[in-house]
Each structure stands twice: as C-alpha cells, then as structure tokens.
Design a protein around this ligand. Structure first.
Ligand code: PHE
Length: 339
C-alpha cells in the first residue's frame, strides 16, 4: 500500500507538471483528489489495515494529498500570472508612437487687431459694450440727429428689413442705447459689424466693422478727444506716427473731424496704399451734438462728450498689407493660416 501510494504520488505530480492549461490541470485534480479520485480511493482502503498501521498510513496519505494540492495550487497561480501577463501585453499602449497632430485654430486677423484695440481702450478706462446688428430707424438715424428726409441719410446706403427696421449702418447706434441706460460719467467702446449697400470692390464690402467710442462727463472738451485718439494712434502705429485732424461733418457731432495717420507703408512719402497722399484716414469723430444728448435725457448745459468711429477693416488691411478687403470675409484657409 505504501508503495502504491508512492507511485501514485509521483504519477500525479508528473501529471501536474505536464498539464499545459488550467482545464487539464483541473482534470488531474479530479482524477487524483476528486470524490472518486485515486488518492481518495486509497483512503477508503484504510479500513483493511491493522490499528497500528492505520495512523502511520493515514499520515502518509494526508502528506501526499497536501503535497499534491500544493503543486496544483502553484501550477494554477502560474497559469493565472501568465494569463494576466498576456492580457497586459495585448492591451499595452505604445505611448512613444507619434500621434496624428490636431489642427489648431487661430484668431482671424480682424480679431487680432480688435483685441489689441480693446486692450488699448480698456487701459484708458473704457468699458466694452455690445449692441444689436438689427436696429430700428430711431437708434440708427433719428436719435442721432438724422431725421426722416434729412439729406445726411444719403451718406449711408441702408439695407432695410421693414419700414422701421434695418441693418445698422454704423455702430453709433450704440451711443444712444448706452446713454439711455447709463448715467454720466460714460466711457465706452462698442465694436461690431455694420452693413451698407455699397458697390463691392477691393476697398468696399457690404459688411464691415467699426469700433464706436463715447465719453460723456462734465467739462469734456475737444482736447480730451485729441488726447485719447492720439494716444490710441501711437499705441497702434507707433510713437513716430503723426495724427492729423481734418474738419468734417457728421449730423450727430459738432464740431466733427476725420482723423488721418501717416501711411504706415511709405511713412508719409506717398505710395499706392495711401494713393499718393502720405496719409490714411482711420476714423470719424467729434463732440456729441447737444441734440443727441438731449434726446437721451442728458442735459447738454451740464454735460458734454465726444464720440468716434474707427474702421477696423482698414486698420487690419494696412497693418498686414492685405491688398483686398474681400479676403477678410472669404474664409479662405490659405489666407487665414498666415496669421
Ligand atoms: N458713424 C460715423 C460713420 O460711420 C463715424 C463717427 C462715429 C463719426 C462717431 C463721429 C462720431 O461714418
């Protein structure tokens, strides 16, 4: 019986070593250790032994059983580790592999210049406000001292949507909206799109951009207007840029001016960009007309103010030497990628 146990044990251990996967291993376990297994069968034969032999044999069988169980458990763990390793290997990410580069968007040149302008005016204490692109006749014209049938309406070809509804022709409409809702001191800029039914060419587009500025307070004079606009021109174009104020006319400002700066292309000598004059017109401005203040419930005897309207598109095309304004609106990636 002892010999049989010995040979059964080595046979079983050999079978464990030979098992190549968990399923075969389990078959080995059942074959030797199961209810009807061969080692179990030996235990059942213990009854035929003498009382002296029984404990000795029992101990040997239990020892063999423990040894076999241990071998099976070691083999099982081996299979588990191997499986886990294989799984890990299959799921590994190669983080050194080059990725497909994500295409980064960029700012539109108009926005680059606009952001610069906002920085400049914010540093001078201006708030940025917004206004609607669809306006009523009242805000775009009437309250700006341009009554119905006034010849000044012909200065701007207007897109009408309905009898009293239009696409704003100027950001000046924001002046009225601001003065209706804020009390002086007022110091705002309002950047935005404006629309005019102009003939389209290299320098004209039916959609373009303005930045309106408005300052209203006690004792505001033309000197304040000059100071702010000169400061702005120097920050945008550089200290050596000269600024020229020309008398002009706008119905909502009195007196009115147009402002030119030295042509950044030829530095004033005269070239194609400035059409030989050496100057580039960048904005219209003036002292807010007393009638406009009155229409917004501000007493012109107590308060005064100045306003300006800067053309953003012209500033952008001259800064980046863009020869045709239409390029700013066509969204051609070959153009936009250059900024
Ligand atoms: N709104 C005027 C224009 O579009 C510009 C302007 C604004 C002039 C504010 C004076 C004051 O031509």
């Amino acid at each position: 019986m002892k010999e049989k146990l010995q040979s059964l044990k080595s046979e079983a251990l050999a079978a464990v070593a030979a098992a190549t996967d968990e399923k075969l291993l389990d078959e080995v376990r059942v074959k030797y250790l199961g209810k009807k297994g061969e080692l179990t069968a030996i235990l059942k034969q213990m009854g035929s032994l003498s009382p002296e032999e029984r404990p000795i044999m029992g101990q040997l069988v239990n020892q063999a059983k423990a040894e076999l169980e241990e071998a099976i458990s070691v083999a099982q763990n081996g299979f588990k580790t191997k499986a886990a390793e294989a799984k890990l290997k299959a799921e590994t990410l190669d983080i050194t592999m080059p990725s497909t580069p994500a295409k980064k968007g960029g700012l539109h040149p108009l926005n680059i210049v606009l952001n610069d302008m906002i920085d400049i005016f914010q540093s001078m204490g201006f708030d940025v406000v917004d206004g609607p692109e669809v306006e009523t006749d009242y805000y775009n014209f009437e309250a700006l001292n341009v009554p119905q049938d006034h010849p000044a309406r012909d200065m701007q070809d207007t897109f009408y949507l309905a009898e009293n509804l239009l696409l704003r022709t100027q950001t000046s409409a924001a002046q009225i909206r601001t003065m209706e809702t804020r009390k002086p001191p007022i110091k705002i800029i309002c950047p935005g799109r404006v629309y005019r039914a102009d003939e389209v060419d290299a320098t004209h587009s039916p959609v373009f951009h303005q930045i309106e500025g408005l300052v209203v307070d006690k004792n505001i004079t033309m000197c304040d207007l000059k100071g702010v606009l000169e400061q702005f021109a120097h920050e945008i174009y550089g200290k050596e840029t000269e600024v020229k104020f020309r008398p002009s006319f706008f119905p909502f400002t009195e007196p009115s001016v147009e402002v030119d700066v030295t042509c950044s292309e030829c530095r004033g000598k005269g070239c194609r960009v400035c059409k030989g004059s050496g100057w580039i017109e960048i904005l219209g401005a003036g002292m807010v007309h007393p009638r406009v203040l009155k229409a917004c419930g501000i007493d012109p005897e107590e308060y005064s103010g100045f306003a300006f309207g800067i053309g953003l598109d012209r500033l952008t095309t001259t800064r980046y030497k863009v020869s045709d304004i239409r390029l700013l609106f066509e969204n051609d990636l070959r153009f936009l990628k250059q900024f």
